[in-house]
Write a protein that binds this ligand. Structure first.
Ligand SMILES: [Zn+2]
Length: 190
């Protein structure tokens, strides 16, 4: 096949050279609430082209490659005293795959276990391009159907205002889970 970026022959949808040159992660830590942090790896504008509709068909492959350079490495260096559950935020399957489930899968380690299909938005409002005011008015209304008393890492593909992370943390806290922090592939305000 061809590399979607440089069009040269490649075994992967993004060739090794382009992966090495374009996908260098830059760990960023944002405090979204007092002592609650979200780690991200790219400035969203740097990778938005790759996540663009024109590569839609290969979306799952691109997310896997991005996750390999970021969350997978993050997971190998992460240590904790207990087993931690990586919970993808709203991993409903769209276009035959779930962005957040792919990201959570890449966090899997001896300590981190992905925990799928337990945190869903009941309000399917689209936030892209909307104002803070709109986002505050239209909550995701998450429903959690998983176990209580877990140590949790929340997983999302992008952090913009941080409201989604905070709303997800709130519902988990109501279910007696301890949310350690969030991770997102990219940050819109990096
Ligand atoms: Zn290339």
């Amino acid at each position: 096949m061809k590399c979607t970026v440089c069009q040269k022959f490649s075994w992967e949808i993004i060739c090794q050279t382009c992966q090495k040159n374009l996908l260098v992660p830059n760990l960023h830590k944002r405090e979204v609430d007092k002592d609650f942090f979200v780690y991200s790896f790219y400035n969203h504008s740097e990778i938005s082209e790759l996540l663009n509709a024109k590569y839609h068909f290969f979306g799952d492959k691109i997310y896997n490659i991005l996750a390999k350079h970021t969350l997978k490495r993050f997971a190998t260096s992460f240590t904790y005293s207990n087993t931690v559950s990586a919970i993808p935020i709203d991993d409903t399957v769209n276009d035959n795959f779930s962005h957040t489930a792919i990201l959570a899968k890449n966090l899997q380690s001896k300590i981190i276990k992905p925990y799928y299909n337990v945190l869903k938005a009941t309000n399917k409002v689209k936030y892209a391009g909307q104002t803070l005011e709109f986002r505050q008015k239209h909550k995701r209304d998450f429903k959690y159907s998983g176990k209580s008393f877990l140590d949790v890492i929340l997983v999302d593909d992008i952090i913009t205002t941080g409201l989604t992370m905070l709303e997800a943390r709130e519902i988990l806290q109501q279910n007696d889970c301890n949310v350690l922090f969030g991770v997102a592939l990219s940050d819109a305000k990096f």
